[in-house]
Ligand binder design. Structure first.
Ligand SMILES: [Zn+2]
Length: 234
């Protein structure tokens, strides 16, 4: 049995690999759009169905398939040599397998990731998460001490950028590291204001403005418009 391969081009111009396999005993064509680990469309078809018919079937489901890929934006692969921007700095990421630790070059222009090539992306992600947490703490420490949370957690949530529990734990999505730092600071101050008001009342927003300063609306707008894009990195 040989799998055949085709390409499905979405309305946005992304080429997605289509793999068609034939299975004995299968009665219908089955379609599986996969967004991870690789973005591929897998089609299984019965023995007597031609590839052409399987591709026509895929075409008839185009809108459904495109919606699935649109909702899970393609991740940008991290590769040595690429330039990456996070927490307001722009660095070229390089890989040095001889090093055991990660860190910036002396001039700060490069971020050197150590360890094996297979761990490169993971270590880069962990490094950014660690820097992100440190930056969150720095921002929190600009607020009055009585507002400081008991615990800070870094998460990879898709639904919310930050949260604040009544027990004093504050959580943030580390992907804010890829947002402008003022936008990240807005989310931190938003959660800090929840230490005073657990609702979104006018009094709450007044506290946000007090902590953040001028420009809360602009930061909110940025997050509404561009927030989804923060998920395409790593
Ligand atoms: Zn809130």
């Amino acid at each position: 049995m040989v799998d055949s391969e085709y390409v499905f081009t979405t309305a946005r111009g992304e080429d997605i690999r289509v793999v068609i396999s034939t299975r004995r005993g299968l009665r219908n064509i089955t379609l599986r759009p996969k967004t991870r680990p690789a973005r591929e469309i897998h089609i299984s078809k019965p023995w007597l169905v031609r590839d052409r018919a399987a591709l026509d079937f895929l075409e008839s489901k185009r809108r459904w398939v495109e919606r699935i890929f649109d909702r899970a934006p393609a991740k940008e692969c991290a590769a040595p040599g690429m330039c990456i921007e996070f927490l307001g700095r722009s660095v070229v990421v390089v890989h040095d397998p001889a090093r055991h630790s990660n860190g910036y070059s002396d001039d700060g222009a490069r971020l050197i990731i150590g360890g094996g090539a297979d761990m490169f992306e993971r270590r880069l992600r962990d490094f950014i998460k660690k820097e992100f947490l440190a930056e969150v703490k720095r921002m929190i420490h600009t607020c009055p001490r009585e507002l400081w949370p008991a615990r800070i957690a870094v998460r990879d949530t898709t639904s919310r950028w930050g949260s604040c529990s009544s027990t004093g734990t504050m959580s943030f999505s580390w992907r804010l590291a890829f947002a402008p730092t003022d936008v990240m600071r807005y989310v931190v101050m938003h959660e800090m204001a929840h230490r005073v008001h657990m609702d979104h009342s006018p009094a709450f927003w007044a506290t946000v403005s007090e902590l953040y300063g001028f420009g809360v609306e602009r930061a909110k707008r940025w997050l509404n418009t561009h927030g989804g894009e923060l998920h395409k990195y790593l």
